[in-house]
Design a protein around this ligand. Sequence first.
Ligand code: SF4
Ligand code: SF4
Length: 81
Amino acid sequence: MSEFTENNGQSADIDTTNDVKLSKPIINAELCVGCGKCLRMCSFEAIKIENGIAYIDADECQNCKACIPVCHLHAISYKSR
Ligand code: SF4
Ligand code: SF4
């Protein structure tokens, strides 16, 4: 007979720091030169170019982050400025 009981009454391990919302990367139009590198990297066709500037369609973006390091001008980030 075991005296051990399972410790499922008090779970103190839940991290409730929900600072990271479901945001998606954005492109700083002032930095972007429309080279299209990020567009080719996006597997979800979420990046489009309009008037020579790239933008991310948040509805299409799957937040995979693949585009962020691709931009040599660091125009893609999660900052909302
Ligand atoms: S890689 Fe950077 S500069 Fe090129 S289109 Fe994308 S955001 Fe613009
Ligand atoms: S985070 Fe992923 S899905 Fe979203 S725009 Fe960048 S490469 Fe495309």
